[in-house]
Every structure is written in structure tokens, then in C-alpha cells.
Design a protein. Structure first.
Lengths: 145, 810
């Protein structure tokens, strides 16, 4: 059952589906603490239940300009390699079961998206990209340059 | 050592039992190893024998229950042998001890395999069990008849004691720690709200009581992570025994201070360095038996490891009474292994010579041995200890022993931190690295902006100045009060220090440090993150990393005042002739240049300067020279020019006036990057920028018409050690000479011969009409007639060459 559960959200101006088992929780953040000298997709740090999380801006990862964090904005918390990260979400839509199978990505994606997208899935008459949140943590070399 | 692993599928009762067994056995085996060595040293020690017997017996009992036949058979064999000794039927000897240790090793291997696979691997243990059999008395074993081994009352003592403590999985401990930290954060938030709401004093009083008990709880939880350092010492006696036996050395090994407690994470981090140092002491430190006798020492060497707590630091001292370190041997070794150059080595003080053992790739053993020469060196030891905020100190008594002191913080996770502000946010600095805090506007501090860098002088001591905002690449926050700016004198490691300028100092706090995400650690600026009481994350600065990012050389050597007298005298002699011409440049700044590169000071009419091909030139007499200036000087009647001469070309440097000629000070703070300014020196308490003539000449080298005549040929003779090729030839080529080394046969007769040995007889090439320049290795000339040139006196050498080669170069 868990395999069919997806989080539908808009991140980096695109509606995507995230497999729920990859996700720790969805929370709201206040103003993050900046990390001078960090890569551009690191928006800052924030604390949640005495853990420090690194806030990632997916816009930068897919090649868009960074967006400022609005107080109370919702973030998707994920654990990658024993570190806690949070992806800034433009909007959290829904958590739902999708019975349709995941299909291979059809069509040409922008390079930024091609790297993070695993598959596509049909949901309520729209095709959504299935993305792996851990791909947002590392910045492609191209972007960093 | 067996590391108990918690099996992934530890859901069943049996797996739980197995995990408990493994954890317990790992502990017992570590303890048994030490106890057996102690017993071997004193076979009459009945208490030790009983202790070992009990340990082996416990393993046998538990393994029988878990149906582990190999473990049972092994522990049974060891128990049998020990029991015979207890009953007086067998003498304890080295063979027996080695046999028992063999069983202990096999048990360790089995437990490792058990932890990984969950089942006992198949195999044959007859070899180790057979090694235990008594060789000389095969038949007369009375216990064969007894059948049931007798248990004595004292067998049960250890089991009773184990009731006084329980085993708790580490993840549970960590989650308790996290929970308590959460409570502390919530308490702080609540306290703030209470204060703001103007609550009833009685409510505040009872809240304070709650607050106190939370603080107490946090303390206890931190203590739960502490372990006795005994655990770290446990494997050492075994290592010492085996190694000493292999190498034919006699060593008495002692430990003390085992009751000192240390965070379990710190323990993991110093285990390998400690073992490495002990191995080194046995392998390199302790002399062979003959050498010890010759040195009039006790044939049995002593190695002692002791721990003690001082403040929130733990000191671990590893002391041996071996040969100690020989600074001269270290230097020779370092030069041979190309860790330092010969000239660098000469400048080293005694302490710096010892520190050579921390250089990567350095090994003190004359030849690499199987024991310690395995590519893991003291550099790794130092790096590991420094990684956890510790220091390694050497106390050398040449010929009589070496003491190595490891000083590490008691816990890795909670450190005392200094909170500072920069660019509108807070950062933490480990308190241990902070030597002093000063207000930047204070009387004792002077900040000078020189050559694009900044320099802080505090009570006569110079420090490179780093502005935290600049290193982090941030803008300064306008709301910061300039009067609050403070200097933190930071000592990231031995022999290094710098001044870190921050917008303000906040306070001290006990901080729980967690590693930051990899991409944040990768910046090299931060050592971790922490959550202070206000609940906003704070980054812990990596005081060593900041230096690397700022590319500042913070070594104290060269600016420190406590350098040894002999080194000082030597260095002063080398600089005996070095004098500095102080002048005010056209911009009004005071600068200095080595007197030796100045040919003369010219005063030319302003009309003699003209611009040509985008460069300012000066006509002096019949010659035209390049002038180092971007534009023509403002209309004046005359212009003073320094004529710099490098033996090849002339460059003019416009100045306003000559101030003085002084001795070149000893301490030069070099610039970060090559440029017009070579560095900064203090003259009469004021910083002076030192002009780099080498750089300056380089800029104009192309602009001077090269004489078309052939370049004179210099022949290097008697260059036995390659010094001439490596050191001298590049300088000569730069100065416009061609170089042939002694061994190459050339048809062309050299214009000048450079003899690299002082001995007349050896310079076989000295013949005919060719002028000869002899180089000497000592600074001081042998006498007034001595025409030799000190080989590091570049200017004198070039002058001599110019004189010998003759008028064609003038």
C-alpha cells in the first residue's frame, strides 16, 4: 500500500509527485539562518525538535533563480545519508494513493529536471513527474560552475 | 577487538540473546587479554588467575545455552587448563599463556563472524586447543575422572556484581539525549514567555524549580555517555607483550588513571592514535637489550600510559624510557626523505626539529619495520587528535626517553563555545582555540592596513588579521556599532595564531555540536552546527579552515619572540649585511627596499621623464631606463629616482625622499601573493612595506633591450650533491648566464668557473685563463684574504660574477 502513496506538491514551479516513503514529514519554517559560503541551493538552516535541518531551494537545483523564504512556508523534510534536509515547496497539494503505474519519462525535459525525475505518473487527468528528493540535495556540477 | 553489531533482524528472542552474548563476550575478551598478561608477570597472583578463570567460565556457560559448539569447546579447553593451574597440577608458563591467548584470539574471530552472519562458522579448532595441551605430562590428569567440574564460591562473585549495571543499546541513549535537549529548548522558550507575560512570582518560582531539575537531568544524561578510559587501555598490555616478544625486548607496561571518564565517541577517535604511539614506543623508542646495557639502563624498559582529567580536558600521557628523539637525526632523515630542504632545516629551532616527526611521509625508523612502518605515521595521529579538538605534545629527553601527551576535550558533542556576531548573524568559535579577546578600538591593539592585507599588533606581537565577514564573503551589517568590533586571537593549532575581527562578542555557552550537512562541511569554513538556548541554529566556525580559505600564512615562526637563542644568532649573522633603505614614495607612504639592490639615487629634472609606448621612461646621461610608475609625475622641478640594479638591467623607482638606512628587521610578515610588496616589517614600531625587487624587475624585464652579445657561460665544478644544479643554476640563468655543470663535456671554454668546494685541491677544473669563483658554505669568511663567496649571498655572488666576466657585461 505504501508504494502507492504519493505526496503531490508544487516545487520549483512544477507539480510533482513524491513517493511518500522517501519523505519524513511536511512542516512549516520561520526565517532560516543563512550559511555564508555554502553552495547556492542551500537556503539556510532551521531547527526542528532539536535537530538542525538544511533548507534546500529546488528552484536553484533545476536551474531557476532562487526565491526568498516566506515565513510559514511549508517544506518537505527528508533524510539523506543520516542528515536532515528540507525542500522548499511552493505549495503542498495532497497526499493520495495513485493506482496508475509509474511510467518511463516521455519527452525531453530541461536538463535540471531530467536529473531529478525518476518516472512519470498519471493522476486525475494530468501527468506528473515522480521525483526523488535525494537528487535535490546535491547540486549538479553544471549549475555550480 | 570484537565490535558487537546489532543484527538487522533482531526481532526474535534468540537474536536478542545472541546480541547480548556478543556484547558481553567482546567485553570479557578485552578484559581477559589484559588480565592474562598481568597474571603472566606474576604467576603467583591467585586473584588474577581466578579472575581469568571466571571470565572464561562465563563464556562457556553462555555459549552452551546458545548451542555454539566451537565456542564451548574452546572456552572449555582454556577453562580446563586454567583449572589445573588453580589446583596446583600445572605450572603457569609462557607456553600456557600463549596458548590461552591463542584461544582468546580464536574466540574473538568466532564472535566477529557470529555478529556478521548470525551463525557459528564451521571450522576446526584443534590447532589452538592442542597448543594448550601440557607437553611433558600427557597421562596423569586426575580431573578426567571427576567428570563434573567443581565450581567454587568465588566463581559467582563476578556474576553478582553484574547485577549492579544494565546494558542499554546506544541508539536508546542517543534518543534520551535528544529528548533532554528538546526539553531544554522548550524550557527556554517557556521561560521567555513567562517573563514577557509578567507572570505571578510564585509561578516563576515553581518554574525555576522545574528548570533546575531539567538542568540536572541534562547533566546526568551527558554522564551516561561517559565510559571509563580503562576500556581504551584494555587491549594495550596484549599489544605490548606480543610486540616485545617479537622484537626480543623486555618491557614493563603500566597503566594508571583508568577510572577517568571520556565520551564514548572521543574514545573511538583516540583508540588508533594511542595504539600507534605505544607501538612506536616499543619499535623505535625502546633500545635493543645490548644498547640498553651499553647505555647503563635497566634491561627492562618501562612504558607507562596514564590518564588524568584537568578541567574539561583529558590528558593521556604515554611515557617510555627509551632513546628519545634525536633532533639531528630527525633533520637528516627529513632532508633525506625530502620533507624539508637543507636550507629550511638550518632555520629550524630545536622544537621545530622535533615537530618534523609530524610531517607527512616521515618515518623515524632507520628502515621500515613490519611493526610501525606501514604508512601510518605520526602525521595521522596528529590529524586524528586535532580533528576532535585535541593537541599532541612532545616532551623529549634525548637518550633517556620520550613522553607524548595527548590532550583532548572530555566530550566531542558538548563544547564550550564563544558566540560572536558578524554580518548580522551569530557564529560559534570553540573556546579552546581562543587565546584572547580584545576590543578592536582598545589601546593595546593597533590595526595597520599594509600592502592590501591587514595586520594587528597586540602588545608588540604581530598577527595576520582576518575579518570574518570578508572570509565568509558577506557584507558588513550597517546596524553594527563600530565600537563593538572585537579581535579574537585564535590559536587553531600549535605554532599558528591569527586575529579574527568580528562585529561583536556575544557570550559563552555550552554547545551541543552536531555535524553539518556534507555540502556545508565541504566549504571548509564550518566544523558543525549547534542549537543554543534560543532555538536558532548557529554554525561552529572551523578556525583552521578559515585560515585555509583566507589563504593566510599564520605560522608563528619568524614572528615569534621566543625562538631559541642559537637560531636567532645564526639568522642574525646571515642578515648581517642586509640593510634597508627607508624612503617615502610619491604617494607619501613609507616603504623600504634592500640597500644592496640600489645602484644609486638619482635626481633628474622633470623634463628627463617622458612617456613612450605606454611606459614612463627616464633619460639619464646617454641611457634610457624604465620607470616604475603608471603616469608621469606631477610637474616638479626635479624628481628623485632609486636606480635598482639586478646585475643585468636597471629600473628606476620614483620616490619623494630618502628617510634612513636601517638594519633589516628579523621578522618579516610575508604577503599572501607575490607583488610589489614582498611583506611587512616593523621599523621602530611602525610597519613598513618591503618592496620586492625580484617582482619589480620581472615586470620590466621584457621592456629592456637585451644586449645581442652571447650570454657568458658559467661552469659549475665539484657539484657533488646537486646543490649547484638545483639552487644555483636557476639564479644564474635568471641573471643572464648560461650554465654548464661539471660533468657535461663541452667544447666551449667557460667564461667563469664556479667552484662549489672550498678545498683547493679538489677543484680539478681550475686551469688556464678561466677566472674562478669559489663558494663557501659558512657565512663567516676565513680571513681578510678570503676571496670565497658565501653560497647563499646572492648579491655578492652576482657581483663577483660581473667583475670576473669583465667589461663586456658592464
Amino acid at each position: 500500500m505504501m508504494e502507492k502513496l504519493y505526496l503531490i506538491a508544487r516545487i520549483a514551479d512544477t507539480r510533482v509527485a513524491l513517493r511518500s516513503r522517501a519523505i519524513n514529514s511536511v512542516v512549516t519554517v520561520g526565517t532560516p539562518v543563512e550559511v555564508p559560503g555554502a553552495p547556492p541551493h542551500v537556503t539556510g538552516l532551521f531547527a526542528l525538535r532539536s535537530r538542525v535541518f538544511t533548507l534546500i531551494d529546488p528552484h536553484v537545483v533545476v536551474g531557476l533563480p532562487a526565491v526568498p523564504v516566506a515565513p510559514g512556508q511549508r517544506v518537505i523534510v527528508v533524510d539523506v545519508a543520516e542528515h536532515g534536509y528540507a525542500l522548499l515547496a511552493d505549495e503542498i497539494e495532497d497526499v493520495c494513493f495513485i493506482d496508475a503505474p509509474e511510467t518511463r519519462v516521455a519527452g525531453k525535459l530541461l536538463p535540471g529536471w531530467a536529473r531529478v525525475a525518476d518516472a512519470m505518473i498519471e493522476h486525475r487527468g494530468a501527468s506528473l513527474l515522480v521525483v526523488d528528493p535525494s537528487h535535490f540535495i546535491t547540486l549538479p556540477v553544471l549549475n555550480a560552475a | 577487538m570484537v565490535k558487537p553489531r546489532f543484527l538487522g533482524r533482531a526481532d526474535t528472542f534468540m537474536d536478542d540473546l545472541l546480541n547480548d552474548f556478543l556484547a558481553e563476550t567482546a567485553e570479557i575478551l578485552a578484559e581477559a587479554g589484559g588480565a592474562i598478561i598481568a597474571w603472566e608477570a606474576d604467576p603467583a597472583d591467585r586473584a588474577q588467575l581466578d579472575a581469568i578463570f571466571r571470565l572464561v567460565h562465563t563464556i562457556k556457560g553462555s555459549s552452551g545455552f546458545l548451542a555454539l559448539p566451537r565456542v564451548t569447546a574452546l572456552s572449555h579447553a582454556a577453562e580446563d587448563a586454567l583449572d589445573q593451574v588453580r589446583r596446583g597440577n600445572r605450572q603457569a608458563n609462557a607456553a600456557l599463556v600463549t596458548g590461552v591467548l591463542g584461544i582468546v584470539d580464536r574466540l574473538s574471530d568466532l564472535c566477529t563472524a557470529l555478529g556478521q552472519n548470525g551463525v557459528e562458522p564451521a571450522g576446526d579448532d584443534r590447532d589452538v586447543i592442542g597448543a594448550l595441551a601440557e607437553p611433558d605430562s600427557p597421562g596423569d590428569a586426575p580431573f578426567d575422572v571427576a567428570g563434573v567440574p567443581l565450581r567454587r564460591d568465588d566463581d559467582f562473585q563476578a556474576e553478582l556484581q553484574s547485577w549492579r549495571s544494565i546494558r542499554v543499546p546506544l541508539p536508546l541513549l542517543d534518543s534520551v539525549m535528544t529528548g533532554v535537549t528538546d526539553i531544554v529548548l522548550a524550557r527556554n522558550e517557556f521561560a521567555r514567555m513567562l517573563r514577557e507575560s509578567g507572570a505571578d512570582p510564585s509561578v516563576i518560582a515553581s518554574f525555576d524549580r522545574l528548570s533546575d531539575s531539567i538542568a540536572g537531568m541534562r547533566q546526568s544524561v551527558s554522564q551516561m555517555r561517559m565510559q571509563r578510559i580503562d576500556k581504551l587501555f584494555a587491549p594495550l598490555p596484549r599489544i605490548v607483550r606480543d610486540l616485545a616478544q617479537d622484537m626480543g625486548k623486555k618491557i614493563a607496561f603500566q597503566t594508571s588513571g583508568g577510572e577517568v571518564e571520556l565520551d564514548r565517541e572521543m574514545m573511538e577517535n583516540i583508540r588508533d592514535p594511542l595504539i600507534h604511539i605505544v607501538r612506536n614506543a616499543i619499535d623505535h623508542g625502546v633500545e635493543s637489550l645490548e644498547d640498553r646495557v651499553a647505555a647503563g639502563k635497566d634491561i627492562t624498559a618501562t612504558i607507562s600510559v596514564s590518564a588524568r582529567q584537568s578541567g574539561n580536558q583529558i590528558e593521556i600521557e604515554i611515557r617510555d624510557d627509551g632513546r628519545g628523539l634525536s633532533p639531528d637525526a630527525l633533520v637528516a632523515k627529513a632532508i633525506a626523505s625530502r620533507a624539508v630542504t637543507a636550507s629550511e632545516a638550518r632555520a629550524l629551532g630545536p622544537k621545530e626539529k622535533l615537530d618534523l616527526i609530524f610531517r607527512p611521509g616521515f618515518s623515524t625508523a632507520a628502515k621500515i619495520t613490519a611493526v610501525s612502518g606501514r604508512g601510518v605515521g605520526m602525521d595521522i595521529v596528529k590529524a586524528n587528535v586535532e580533528k576532535i579538538g585535541g593537541v599532541v605534545e612532545l616532551r623529549n629527553d634525548e637518550g633517556r626517553g620520550l613522553t607524548i601527551l595527548l590532550r583532548v576535550p572530555m566530550t566531542l558533542t558538548i563544547i564550550s563555545g564563544l558566540m560572536v556576531r558578524a554580518a548580522g548573524q551569530y557564529f560559534a568559535i570553540p573556546r579552546g582555540a581562543v587565546r584572547e579577546i580584545l576590543l578592536e578600538s582598545g589601546d593595546t591593539v593597533r590595526v595597520d592596513r599594509v600592502g592590501g592585507g591587514e595586520l594587528a599588533t597586540v602588545r608588540g606581537e604581530q598577527y595576520p588579521l582576518l575579518r570574518l565577514e570578508a572570509v565568509l564573503g558577506c557584507e558588513r551589517d550597517d546596524s553594527d556599532d563600530a565600537d563593538d568590533r572585537a579581535l579574537v586571537i585564535v590559536r587553531p593549532g600549535q605554532g599558528q595564531s591569527y586575529a579574527l575581527s568580528v562585529a561583536a562578542i556575544h557570550d559563552h555557552e555550552e554547545l551541543v555540536i552536531k555535524p553539518a550537512a556534507p555540502m556545508i562541511m565541504a566549504t571548509g569554513l564550518y566544523a558543525g552546527t549547534t542549537l543554543p538556548d534560543n532555538g536558532r541554529p548557529v554554525l561552529l566556525l572551523d578556525v583552521q579552515g578559515l585560515l585555509a580559505v583566507a589563504a593566510v600564512d599564520a605560522t608563528e615562526s619568524g614572528r615569534s619572540h621566543d625562538r631559541m637563542v642559537e637560531a636567532e644568532a645564526q639568522a642574525a649573522a646571515a642578515r648581517g649585511a642586509a640593510q634597508l633603505l627607508l624612503f617615502r614614495d610619491v604617494g607619501g607612504r613609507v616603504r623600504g627596499v634592500r640597500l644592496s639592490v640600489i645602484e644609486r639615487v638619482e635626481e633628474v629634472p622633470a623634463s628627463a621623464l617622458f612617456e613612450s609606448a605606454g611606459r614612463v621612461q627616464a633619460q639619464i646621461g646617454d641611457d634610457i631606463f624604465a620607470v616604475h610608475t603608471a603616469r608621469l609625475p606631477d610637474a616638479q622641478v626635479t624628481q628623485k629616482l632609486l636606480r635598482l640594479h639586478d646585475g643585468h638591467s636597471v629600473l628606476c623607482y620614483p620616490i619623494a625622499e630618502v628617510i634612513d638606512i636601517v638594519r633589516l628587521p628579523d621578522a618579516v610578515q610575508p604577503s599572501a601573493a607575490p607583488g610589489l610588496i614582498a611583506g611587512i616589517v616593523l621599523v621602530g614600531g611602525d610597519p613598513v612595506e618591503l618592496i620586492d625587487p625580484f617582482w619589480l624587475m620581472e615586470q620590466y624585464a621584457g621592456g629592456v633591450a637585451t644586449p645581442s652579445q652571447r650570454e657568458p657561460l658559467c661552469r659549475l665544478a665539484d657539484d657533488h650533491d646537486g646543490w649547484g644544479d638545483n639552487f644555483l643554476a636557476p639564479i644564474l640563468r635568471n641573471a643572464g648566464y648560461r650554465v654548464a655543470s661539471g660533468d657535461e663535456a663541452t667544447d666551449e671554454a667557460p667564461d667563469v668557473l664556479l667552484c662549489l668546494t672550498e678545498d683547493d685541491g679538489l677543484c680539478v677544473h681550475a686551469a688556464g685563463e678561466v677566472p674562478v669563483i669559489r663558494l663557501r658554505t659558512t657565512i663567516a669568511a676565513a680571513g681578510p684574504e678570503d676571496e670565497t663567496v658565501y653560497r647563499y649571498d646572492r648579491q655578492a655572488l652576482l657581483d663577483a660574477l660581473r667583475r670576473r666576466v669583465g667589461g663586456e657585461r658592464a
